[in-house]
Design a binder for this molecule. Sequence first.
Ligand SMILES: N[C@@H](CCC(=O)N[C@@H](CS)C(=O)NCC(=O)O)C(=O)O
Length: 205
Amino acid sequence: MKVYGHPASTCTRKLLCALAEKGVDYEFVLVDIMKGDQKSAEHLARHPFGVVPVLDDDGFVLYESRAILRYLNAKLGGLAPTDAKDLGVMEQWISVEQSYFSPPAMKAILEIFFSPMKGTTPDPDVIAKGKAEAAKALDVLDRALVGKEFLAGSFSIAEITYAPYFQYLFDTGLGDIVKERPNVAAWWSRISERPSWQKAIGKAR
Ligand SMILES: N[C@@H](CCC(=O)N[C@@H](CS)C(=O)NCC(=O)O)C(=O)O
């Protein structure tokens, strides 16, 4: 398998985590999103929306990180529950992540991440608004995680979809919204300590 992506990209990291969970070897092809390579004709032929990641499985080309995660589970197994109710619960939490958590979290994260590159000071209002919105989703997660190790029975794609955004909350100094919620904080410890996540962020081989 080939992964076209960038090591700092949230969506690329989801794939790297899933592949590490399954112990699958892959070739990593750098698409340098800092230099705009994702908009090159070569990459647009793989991904018409000009973003990363893209998976190439022996000529079968797929884009959109969550679709790729589901494909990897369908092909390799072990990344999602088989019980219908657990599967529904997993999908619910993936949808919550995509709809209510990561968009506001990323607004706050990107404000901190890109301001120095633009030579501007991060806008505290943008950060506060993003954090407050993301925290609402974390409140819901915190209640759902009472007495649970993982969202849908065992570690699944649901955990993988949240991980990159949690990582960047901590990396940009916004981890307090995680730490303040005990069940979410314990859940993040379980996820972030996994060798697959350490590998996805380049901290382990
Ligand atoms: N919905 C897409 C989002 C992909 C995405 O936004 N990728 C970012 C990196 S995490 C990217 O390529 N950004 C560069 C750009 O927007 O030009 C997915 O889940 O794969």
